[in-house]
Design a protein around this ligand. Structure first.
Ligand code: SR1
Ligand code: MG
Length: 432
């Protein structure tokens, strides 16, 4: 690091230095709980920096008794370098989001040992033998609990932080704190909703194969209206505390367990953004599978499993969210005392059905936006990038882009998750 300014609105940035394999030992040894979890003396611990994400340092530290994972915010975007500074206080928002999530789904998030606000570092449980879900999907591994676990994560976190569950004062307090996560929101605003639709320095795509469709996206007025409408929802609709980056790289899995990590983009936004992020990444995996086919496995069974997972995810989410609303509608929105007679109960139930239909359509729109940005914008996904033959990769990406456009422009005409599935299958076959 070349002495660049370190921005942290909570500490002023003083005392921060990025951790190294040497300095991390003293830091961890100074905490009795962490030291005990690792066991032995720090000189004997193994330390590896394993971060392969876009923003942070991630260390795996192991001792004779156990291991921990340390995630430290860098003062710049790792993917780009020091030319793109970024405040390290994002670690504060991540820690706050992890606490809010642990309050309702403690089994689906990593256990936190320490949050060090000066170092902008979170020391957490080492998830082993879990792997990043995206890597499992590339290998064609099935995860039987995935749909239900992520549905439960989304239903619980979104419901419990919304006005359906919280008194207005409490919700405003939380929303106001998370509203300071401005620069991370700004990344999403630019990279998801704007840059793929204009000439932007950091955009990239599989070229020359996708040059034509990239230009079409930039000239497509109805598409740009649709994506700006989604952006406006993202900017203005603080429905619930979002994870903010719920893609398959933010989920760690074994066949029995699921953990959601990395909520540094957390803020109060439209619920459909989180739901759409997960759905988009299942669909990106679906379209990428043709690029991972081998002579012995054309991946068609796996593609069916991915779409089954998509359908099951939405179905379980809807059921769980509605159950919570019926049992625990304790917030200031839809005050339960207003609907106690038969007519009131019926009207409220009918409204809930309309609400879920609207939420599905929002989610479908965000699904499209989150797919397109991974093909035409700065940050791509390994599902596609690992397809080495660029003609094959471009074919997979083109199909995904065709669907993505339809989802953004036509989201109000897709009225069920089964219809979305069918649409995804059709786009793949039509473009074969
Ligand atoms: C510059 S950061 C690029 C992307 O990485 C994160 O995972 C977010 O999705 C962000 O948009
Ligand atoms: Mg991340």
């Amino acid at each position: 690091m070349t002495g660049m300014a370190v921005r942290n609105r909570f500490t002023g940035g003083a005392g921060y230095a990025s951790l190294t394999e040497q300095t991390i030992r003293a830091f961890l040894e100074s905490n009795p709980e962490v030291s005990k979890a690792l066991g032995g003396r720090s000189q004997g611990w193994s330390v590896r920096e394993v971060g392969d994400g876009n923003l942070n340092l991630v260390f795996v530290v192991k001792g004779p008794v156990g291991g921990v994972c340390v995630k430290q915010a860098l003062p710049y975007v790792r993917l780009v370098g020091e030319s793109w500074p970024l405040p390290i206080d994002r670690a504060h928002f991540e820690h706050e989001a992890l606490k809010a999530e642990a309050a309702v789904v403690s089994d689906l998030v990593p256990k936190i040992y320490v949050f060090d606000k000066v170092r902008a570092a979170i020391v957490m449980e080492l998830l082993e033998p879990h792997i990043i879900l995206r890597k499992g999907l590339i290998q064609g591994i099935r995860y039987p609990k995935l749909a239900d676990d992520i549905a439960r994560f989304a239903a619980q976190t979104l419901f419990s932080t919304s006005d359906l569950a919280l008194p207005a004062g409490k919700k405003r307090e939380q929303q106001s704190m998370f509203s300071l996560n401005t620069e991370l929101c700004r990344i999403t605003e630019d990279l998801v909703f704007t840059d793929p639709y204009r000439i932007a320095e950091l955009n990239r795509w599989t070229s020359p194969q996708l040059d034509h469709i990239a230009a079409e996206f930039r000239e497509d007025a109805p598409l740009k209206i649709a994506v700006q409408e989604l952006k406006w929802m993202f900017l203005s609709r603080g429905e619930a505390l979002l994870h903010g980056d719920l893609h398959t790289g933010s989920i760690m899995v074994t066949s029995e367990e699921t953990r959601v990590i990395d909520p540094e983009f957390a803020f109060y936004g439209p619920m459909g953004f989180d739901l759409g992020a997960f759905m988009a990444n299942l669909l990106l995996s679906y379209y990428s599978q043709d690029g991972h086919a081998t002579a012995g496995d054309d991946r068609s069974d796996y593609q069916r499993w991915l779409l089954d997972t998509l359908e099951m995810f939405w179905g379980r989410f809807e059921t769980r969210f509605l159950e919570l609303w019926r049992q625990a509608g304790t917030g200031d929105a839809f005050v339960s005392g207003l609907f106690e007679d038969e007519a009131g109960r019926r009207a409220l139930e009918a409204y809930r059905v309309r609400f879920m239909a609207r939420l599905l359509q929002d989610s479908i729109g965000f699904t499209g936006a989150k797919m397109a940005r991974r093909i035409l914008g700065l940050a791509h996904v390994e599902d596609m990038e690992s397809i080495k033959n660029t003609d094959v990769r471009a074919r997979c990406e083109r199909r995904a882009l065709i669907l993505a456009r339809q989802l953004m422009v036509g989201r109000s005409s897709i009225s069920s998750i089964a219809a979305l599935r069918q649409f995804a299958e059709t786009c793949r076959k039509d473009a074969l």
